[in-house]
Design a protein. Sequence first.
Length: 319
Amino acid sequence: MNSLALVFPGQGSQFVGMGKALAEAFDEARSVFQEADEILGFDLSRLCFEGPQDKLTDTINAQPALLVVSIATMKAIESQGIQLPDPAYVAGHSMGEYSALVRAGSLSFEDGLKLVRERGKQMKLAGERNPGGMAAIIALSEEKIEEACATASEQTGRPVQIANYNCPGQVVISGDKTALERAMEIARENGAKRVIPLAVSIAAHSPLMLSAASALAETIERTDIKPARIPVVANVSAAPMADPDEIRQELISQLTASVRWTESVEWMIGQGVDTFVEIGAGNVLSGLIRRINRKVKTLSVGDPEGMEKLAELLNSREQ
């Protein structure tokens, strides 16, 4: 049984300098950055390598930057003859789902890159039209957080909901600022250990992204999406998908729906996955996965050192 899954990070994992060591060490990785610069018509690679941080963090730039780093990492791995088998499943957190779809063969690199650039653009416009916010709720049950959001929405007449079920004890809520603040108050009253407003003006994965979903849907419908060669565990359903029509609906729905990351990881573990390799910038997903299940192995690969550790991990699995 194939017990390996590849996971791809989303927004929040970006940092200045990401991908630089890969591009310096491997021609194949460097060529991915060069291709991205040509496709997008600006120097995205310099933004990844040198910043500035505020420009890199802007959703319109962060999303394509993260996809490029993930795909450059995959190309670097392949170029070094590291025998990374096709995984049993791939999955990505929010925007990372697009990177997973490129790895699964559903999207070409160029189409995936153009889609996430457009996704970032439409999310930014939606945030300007309908400003909102997000907050992390630490150490409160999902049920109580859901109740807090429902109560706050009812009391204010404005939307707030769970955006990310990240791991046990860490949930992110998102929505209209008035409703969000009320939900945060209720969460504190109900015993949340910490309630942390996030430094964003966009209410991702909430009804405030409806205009972005509608606009992005037009681009998604025009994009060539092929059947996935590897099952992609979807954010919205926490179940595998491979059919192009199903994938299209997922990419549209996930802008306004919750990211069911905990459930997605638990489902893969239930199918026999015991090793998760995070491909791209940072190690956010590896940390979340360890909090979901301490028994599984995790490894983050986004630089030459990570590639060496991957080779060691794969050798140990063969022995």
